[in-house]
Design a binder for this molecule. Structure first.
Ligand code: UDP
Length: 350
């Protein structure tokens, strides 16, 4: 089974490629490398050779921007002509900074939405109609105290979130245009953190991180002075905001579970939350990180960040029952593995 992974060199992509290869899938990666590193996939190959004694790692890597429809067409054409067609796509390619999306909405809509339209056009042309899409919990409206089910209100508040909704809508329309052909899974990620336990691959933001976990690892490493915690006046036990952190390897395995489900099931479209369902405040995250790694993370409190929610937690019961997937790594493992990656790679992949 040959799987095309768009954006396969990124944080989620590299870990997902590793899981796919471990499970015996043939992998083709396309990536523009504008917000990812070529080295990440070389490291994936290293892990497989070192840890698993797999010498013939079945991965091909190409630099390709999903906005380039001709190049996408050529790729699908060449595999098909060689009798080695692409069977399914895991679509992770896209720009992912909420902040940046507010400054550059046109670029975000172009890369994320036009890129996805191109991909779907080409997939349709070559009758490759199985796709797992990386959606996000950012599409949900400000949540109440309850954990979020997949049918919760969809109300994104920034261009990045609206791009994700637009792509889900696009996939939905595509599915209903030909219900007997398409198999689609929209995976709504909560907060992926951590790294592969080897510390060989991990998250390497191009800039100063916007997300809390890579910020914490950089503060612990002394690269950044201190963490700014946005808000200590939220209506939570310790006043800091609550999220559902999920180990990136659990998230990667969620993609394989979704892909397997699509392969075995009838044509359908599914929206599935990938989270642990466990609530962790920013202070709890910092305290856990400090305790398991015996290191200090200096922090200060500041005002709430614009657009933040108090609590974003997954109801993951659908993933548990339908995908037969469950998250296996706890917050301590996320903190240990993320710190190992930082320690072994003080300058990331550079
Ligand atoms: N956060 C923080 N300091 C930072 C970055 C984030 O206190 O430097 C908080 C943020 O306000 C939120 C939580 O950490 O409550 C998770 O933020 P992140 O940006 O990682 O994810 P998201 O907001 O998308 O859930």
């Amino acid at each position: 089974m040959k799987v095309l992974v768009t954006g396969g060199a990124g944080f989620i992509g590299s870990h997902t490629c590793l899981s796919l290869l471990e499970k015996g899938y043939e992998v083709v990666v396309i990536d523009s490398f504008v917000n990812s590193h070529k080295k990440s996939l070389k490291r994936v190959i290293d892990i497989l050779k070192l840890n698993k004694n797999i010498n013939n790692v079945n991965i091909e890597i190409m630099e390709l921007d999903i906005r380039n429809e001709n190049a996408l067409d050529k790729l699908f054409f060449e595999y098909q002509s060689n009798g080695n067609s692409i069977d399914a796509v895991i679509h992770l390619a896209g720009l992912k900074s909420v902040k940046d999306s507010l400054l550059n909405p046109l670029t975000y809509w172009d890369v994320n939405v036009n890129g996805s339209i191109n991909l779907l056009k080409v997939m349709n042309r070559y009758k490759c109609r199985t796709i797992v899409f990386s959606s996000s919990a950012t599409i949900y409206g400000i949540s109440s105290n309850e954990s979020l089910k997949e049918n919760a209100e969809i109300k994104p508040i920034n261009p990045y979130g609206r791009n994700k909704v637009a792509i889900e809508d696009l996939l939905n329309d595509t599915f209903f245009s030909d219900k007997n052909e398409w198999k689609i899974a929209n995976l709504r990620y909560f907060n992926p953190i951590g790294a592969h336990p080897s510390g060989i691959i991990g998250e390497d933001p191009m800039d100063v991180p916007n997300n809390v976990f890579p910020y914490i690892t950089r503060v612990a490493a002394g690269i950044l002075d201190k963490l700014t915690i946005f808000g200590n006046d939220w209506p939570t036990l310790d006043g800091t905001a609550i999220r559902d952190y999920i180990h990136v390897m659990d998230l990667a395995e969620g993609h394989i579970a979704a892909l397997n489900k699509l392969i075995e099931c009838d044509h359908q479209i599914m929206n599935i939350n990938l989270g642990t369902g466990i609530a962790t405040s920013v202070l709890e995250l910092v305290e856990t990180f400090e305790r398991v790694n015996s290191i200090k993370v200096p922090f200060e409190f500041a005002d709430r960040r614009l657009g933040d929610s108090c609590k974003v937690i997954a109801d993951n019961s659908l993933a548990l029952s339908f995908l037969a997937w469950s998250p296996k790594r706890d917050l301590e493992e996320m903190c240990v593995d993320g710190w190992k990656w930082q320690l072994l790679n003080p300058t990331g992949y550079k």
